[in-house]
Ligand binder design. Structure first.
Ligand SMILES: [Zn+2]
Ligand SMILES: [Zn+2]
Length: 275
């Protein structure tokens, strides 16, 4: 049954899915603060069975086009929480998709996953000026996801959520693809020991590291927090993103090596990684 679904969704067999690894493109390594080199949060994850946009900042649509990514056929969007540097591009992307010539022939659905309340936000924006953002040439499916949920986010890619100490609705995401590769995206989070079992031993841990040191708020991480999590989660690789301008001029990777012996990669806009 499942194999049939995979074939009809993307025309690929189970064995084909096993042969392709996930690829991550950092579209926005920055924050809500405007920055000359860092767009705000958006990351493109290409899997064997489809594409998933992890957060959708106001910069996301332009950055997808700039990286020559196939935004016309984007399969799913994950919204980690409702801060506008993670969500603000959703109405503009839907507005663009509604009217762009490239999407008029599209038939397959676009699935939007996010915390409870995401549907109300989209509908409120849509109704504020008769935008009719959910009336598209193709179906839109909104899926509200609670913490500790397990669900199939793309064919053969299974997801788990975890409530992070950032805002009430904030969720981290853990993915396992058909090849059993593991990926965690913390999005914005404060430090929590509870993240350790959730993010344990993944192939790639995409973690926020808002501040270098002396963080002004508890609801984000600074480098020492991030490296403590890395040390205890033992990922194969860490990518640190959501970098505030406080990081400008510092060598993040060198700083990280003093705290953790594993591989830490400083995110930049346009970085591409195989998972
Ligand atoms: Zn943020
Ligand atoms: Zn946030």
């Amino acid at each position: 049954m499942k194999n049939e679904k995979w074939k009809t969704t993307n025309g690929k067999s189970l064995s084909e899915l096993h042969s392709q690894s996930m690829k991550l493109t950092i579209l926005g390594s920055g924050t809500s603060v405007p920055h000359p080199d860092r767009a705000s949060s958006a990351h493109w994850l290409q899997t064997a069975s489809g594409s998933l946009l992890l957060d959708i900042s106001a910069d996301a649509a332009h950055r997808m086009a700039q990286e020559r990514l196939d935004w016309t056929n984007l399969d799913a969007i994950w919204v980690s929480h409702f801060h506008l540097d993670h969500l603000g591009g959703l109405p503009t992307f839907l507005f663009g998709a509604k009217h762009a010539p490239q999407t008029q022939g599209r038939k397959k659905p676009l699935r939007i996953f996010g915390p409870s309340g995401i549907e109300r936000i989209i509908k409120t924006i849509s109704d504020s000026n008769s935008y009719a953002l959910l009336e598209q040439p193709f179906p839109i499916e909104i899926v509200e996801v609670p913490p500790d949920a397990e669900f199939e986010i793309l064919p053969g890619v299974f997801a788990r959520t975890f409530s992070t100490p950032h805002t009430d609705e904030s969720l981290a995401l853990r993915l396992k693809d058909a090849d059993s590769k593991l990926f965690v995206y913390t999005s914005d989070t404060g430090f929590s020991e509870n993240l350790i079992p959730f993010a344990q031993e993944v192939d790639l841990l995409l973690m926020e590291c808002s501040f270098r040191k002396n963080k002004p708020v508890e609801k984000h991480l600074e480098l020492a927090d991030a490296m403590q999590l890395a040390q205890q989660c033992r990922p194969r690789k860490v990518v640190l993103a959501h970098l505030y301008p406080e990081w400008d001029g510092f060598d993040l990777e060198a700083d990280a090596r003093e705290l953790w012996s594993g591989q830490t990669i400083a995110a930049f806009d346009g970085l591409q990684l195989e998972i």
